[in-house]
Design a protein around this ligand. Sequence first.
Ligand code: ATP
Ligand code: MG
Length: 449
Amino acid sequence: MKLQSQLNAAFTALLIVIMAAAGFVIHSLIMDLLIKDEQRQLEETGELLVSFLNEQYGTEDDLRSFNNFLKEQNLQLFMYDRNQDAVLFSTMSLPVANDFFQQNDFSATDETLWSYGKDRFVTSRILFYNISGLELILLTPMDDLEIVQQNFFNRLLLVFLIGAAAAVFLSYFMTNKLVTPLSQLKGQLKKIEKRQFNEMDRIKATGEIKEVEQSVYEMAQELQRYMNSQQTFFQNASHELKTPLMTIQGYAEGIKDGIFDEKESEKGLEVMVTEVKRLKGIINEMILLAKLDSEPADAKPVAIDAKEFIEKIVERTIPIVNEKKINFKQSVENNIIIVADEEKMLRAVLNIVINGIRHAKSEVSIQVMKKKQIIAILVEDDGEGVSSEEAAHIFHRFVKGKNGETGLGLAIARAIIEQANGTISVGKSELGGAMFKILFETEKHKDKS
Ligand SMILES: Nc1ncnc2c1ncn2[C@@H]1O[C@H](COP(=O)(O)OP(=O)(O)OP(=O)(O)O)[C@@H](O)[C@H]1O
Ligand SMILES: [Mg+2]
């Protein structure tokens, strides 16, 4: 059953229950009111009669005019003597009056409804004030009241029906307003399922549905970004793996077919070994990146003294620093503790420093400082620098510049630094080249450890 039908059915059912209950209460209330009103009227008439009788009862003329008055008023009455429990006078014929007396308890003063056969009557009693125990009992048939009640109820029913129809129509209109964006959202989700991200439309809605719509839209955008980056990654990765493989294939086939002389074959084998090593290197780095993504809990954070840490970096870069005749400067503030997985962090910072050395003309500098709970590691060089267009992408996998190698170094560095709750960004250095800035917020840093 559709949501809209469910909502409408529930609403209509609720409406019927409420109206039935209200109808029932009003129906019985009307009768009560009518009876009370009728009794009040009877009482008024009765009092008039009693005062009339008290004053003029006796002469025949009086009785005649009294009888005429009763006929005019269409009233039925009993004159009842409480002391003797007997009816002294009635406007009804004797057998009818007798039956009345049999079927109803005249002495029960609080009994306001009497019955005669199937008919019921409203009664009202008035005491004569000068003759003790004598009562005037007036009656009107309930039939009249029931007709009035029925009329009133029919009108009420009509109002109820019109009201219910209006309410159901309104409920249909409102549920429609509620459900339409939901079914439109379903359509949008179908588009996400079919990956038609560019065909997605925004939906007009309010409140919580709008929030859901916003989340769905953002989720789709994120998914699209993720799929695009995955696609670029696969394209770049396959390209990166294909190049060395083709070189190896070329040499291997040449050697097999005996195209090369001995010297060339020797060189070919050397190239093949280098390319295989490179391939192995790339694959190892890809595995490392995949692990960093999928096993963040794998890191074993320890407290690292910044000075010792930078010493280790220097030790490992001495060969290429010497080879490229680079002026390597370092400045590390005392007592700075970095909490991270040491081997991984060494690898991250080494990747950045080696990039610097590779791109520098003559100078590379590394500094570690702490300001207001924030530890900063700055790696700068005087090379060609990173343009702002490049800066947006160089941390992505297999993205490299014109003097680049594999394009995985910075991606690995970023993954390791983010795992240690740090951030990395690139900008311009005062030395003229690139400046890589790694930041750690110490509070966060400690929480993690
Ligand atoms: N200090 C730097 N100066 C100028 N360009 C840089 C610098 N560091 C990185 N780059 C640019 O960013 C690109 C990506 O660097 P990344 O370290 O990720 O890859 P790579 O150095 O090319 O290869 P590898 O995976 O071997 O490190 C480089 O190809 C280079 O173009
Ligand atoms: Mg690199």
